[in-house]
Write a protein that binds this ligand. Structure first.
Ligand SMILES: Nc1ncnc2c1ncn2[C@@H]1O[C@H](COP(=O)(O)OP(=O)(O)OP(=O)(O)O)[C@@H](O)[C@H]1O
Ligand SMILES: [Mg+2]
Length: 358
């Protein structure tokens, strides 16, 4: 059952259209992420749900109730901001207790709930500290605890980890996911970090230019991007022109190949393959194509080996493999073979948001 339903939300700032009719159904207890580049409308959508500004058109439902007409403090929607927004003059405990005091919750219950939530976010040792005595990540957890302690039906988080270092981001995203699951909160989370979105979410909405491009599980977003924008924004991809001008067969990387029926009548389309699917100096184990290229770059990162292979006249392909000594021994400028399995290739229509064809 949908906990949050967003129907045809539109929002313009002057003559700039920031949201072009957004429709979303967010399940109860789901972790739902809005992912997209800067300026695509993520914060605008989140603020409309929170009630910080009015949309121009459309409706927002929480459960059965339309909340569009309610002011922000009547929506039972919590919000965690990017810039922490903790009160500098209040202790950790009082920061977290703030909303409960406002709601006139009895003092004994406040003490219990604040103590519990501080333990959950691992700040129970720091309850009496002032914000300036905390690290950025600890302040962020104060902000999170302050939103969670209210037990909102819906929790909105706008890039809550964006100011933190890489290690802390990963620790805190695990904490956020754990708390969200433990309390059964419906979370709507904003990020422009695609790995964070995939790892934390039940569902991801990829946004671009005020439009929801695809709403799907992380698995489907990565493995079956519905359009070219999603394919290029989430993870890396090699895009290759498909030549369909030959009457007898289509060509890819200068090779004839068995083109899927859906692209045979397309004048222009592009093929896409993930770097980890590009086989360098390896035998093809199924239907596909193989071509020689020149190794241009080889970078060992410890966990993997990143290769750039120039297929003369057809551009440079990125390949990602598990490191192995044989491949490490290949020199820049050497000839290598590049293999693509037909099953690993997706095809898109031309254009920035060209649709998945096959
Ligand atoms: N108050 C405003 N007045 C005019 N234009 C605005 C206003 N707020 C946002 N915009 C514009 O609307 C578009 C969407 O902005 P929004 O803040 O929703 O983007 P975002 O996806 O959150 O980006 P970021 O990742 O940079 O936070 C942008 O082009 C932005 O410049
Ligand atoms: Mg934003």
């Amino acid at each position: 059952m949908a906990q949050v339903r967003i129907k045809n939300i539109k929002k313009s700032y002057g003559n700039h259209v920031a949201l072009k009719g957004i429709n979303l159904d967010i399940d109860s207890g789901a972790f739902f992420t809005l992912l997209g580049p800067s300026g695509c409308g993520k914060t605008t959508l989140l603020r409309a749900i929170a009630g910080f500004h009015q949309q121009d058109a459309g409706e927002i439902f929480v459960g059965e109730e339309s909340i569009g007409h309610l002011s922000a403090n009547k929506r039972n929607v919590g919000m965690v901001f990017q810039d922490y927004a903790v009160f500098p003059h209040l202790s950790v405990f009082d920061n977290v207790a703030f909303g409960l005091v406002q709601q006139k919750v009895p003092a004994a219950e406040i003490r219990q709930r604040v103590t519990d939530i501080l333990a959950t976010v691992q700040l129970d040792q720091h309850a009496e500290r002032m914000p300036h005595q905390l690290s950025g990540g600890q302040q962020q957890r104060v902000g999170l605890a302050r939103a969670l302690v209210i037990r909102p039906k819906v929790l909105l988080m706008d890039e809550p980890l964006s100011n933190l270092d890489a290690k802390l981001r990963i620790d805190l995203r695990r904490d956020i996911r754990q708390v969200q699951q433990e309390f059964g909160i419906t979370a709507i989370y904003v990020t422009h970090d695609q790995e964070e979105a995939l790892s934390i979410s039940d569902q991801v909405c990829v946004m671009f230019d005020g439009v929801a491009q695809q709403v799907d599980t992380p698995w489907a977003i990565y493995n079956r991007p519905e359009n070219r924008f999603v394919a290029s924004f989430v993870g890396a991809n090699n895009f290759m022109a498909v030549d369909t001008t030959h009457t007898d067969s289509a060509q890819l990387l200068g090779q004839k190949f068995d083109a899927p029926a859906a692209i045979r009548n397309q004048a222009n389309c592009v093929a896409a393959i993930r770097p980890e699917k590009v086989l360098v100096n390896r035998a093809l184990t199924g239907n596909g194509l193989q071509v020689d290229g020149t190794l241009r770059q080889s970078m060992f990162t410890g966990r993997e080996l990143q290769l750039l292979v120039d297929v003369a006249g057809h551009g440079v392909l990125e390949a990602l493999t598990a490191p192995n000594e044989t491949m490490m021994a290949v020199k820049i400028g050497d000839t290598v073979s590049v293999g693509l399995l037909a099953a690993d290739i997706l095809y898109y229509a031309e254009g920035e948001t060209g649709k998945l064809l096959s």
